[in-house]
Design a protein around this ligand. Sequence first.
Ligand code: URA
Length: 268
Amino acid sequence: MSRKPVKTKPQQTKRWEGKEKPDWLSRALARAGVFPQKEAETAILAGRVTINGRVALMPLAPVPPGAVVKVDGLPVQLGAPATRVLAFHKPAGVLSSTARQHRTGTVFEVLLPQLPPELAGYTWHAVGRLDVESTGLLLFTNDDKLVAHATSPDTRLPKRYVATVFSIADDARVEPLRQGMTLDDGLARPAKVVVRDEHTVEVTLTEGRHHQVKRMLGAVGLPVRALHREAVGSVDLKDIPEGGFRLLSDEEVRESLHYEGRGTTAGE
Ligand code: URA
């Protein structure tokens, strides 16, 4: 049997090995919350940004560690900003992705315009997804490690959903969800399930697969009519109105999401 020669990638010169890697300018400004990335690019192209005293006209210019970066002559603090987390109450009918589809808008289009100036500059990531018609708690963060932490099945962060179901729910029917059931993409972990009334079932999962709640309930003959997420970890919606948000405190991020964020968010 002839074997294809194995191609090895040319070894890249690791110019920054052992040192902190430089970020590029527009991204560094966005990460630090100075501007959203698009605005950072516009400001750079307009000649408003300097690196070590020289006007930087290229958004992709590297920012060496320790460089002094100024915007409109005023120094800005670059580097990883403090972890910030927003609890957003997702309304029905918007996508959890960044791109709208046809006439369907996105959660970002609802959330971003309401952010006050001190939160508007960050690059926000949705922490997981809710289906377009699902409502309830969707977290956003500027810290991509938190996204990985909160969405990894290994973290086992509980997510509590309330499903309104067609057909009649009772304990016998939902038992397979409690035992752990096989879905078409493998075994689903045992879920905590409470039948609140014959059309309302609370399901708490410690993983988050595509359409998981709908698939689990559908498999036991309880098709889902509406789905709402009440809590992630021990963060809940409290009294956030639909479409609204609140900023979590550092303590909530630590204790309710079991995540040690970067720096402080409160009282900065
Ligand atoms: N499970 C679902 O089926 N849909 C969601 O939006 C979230 C969890």
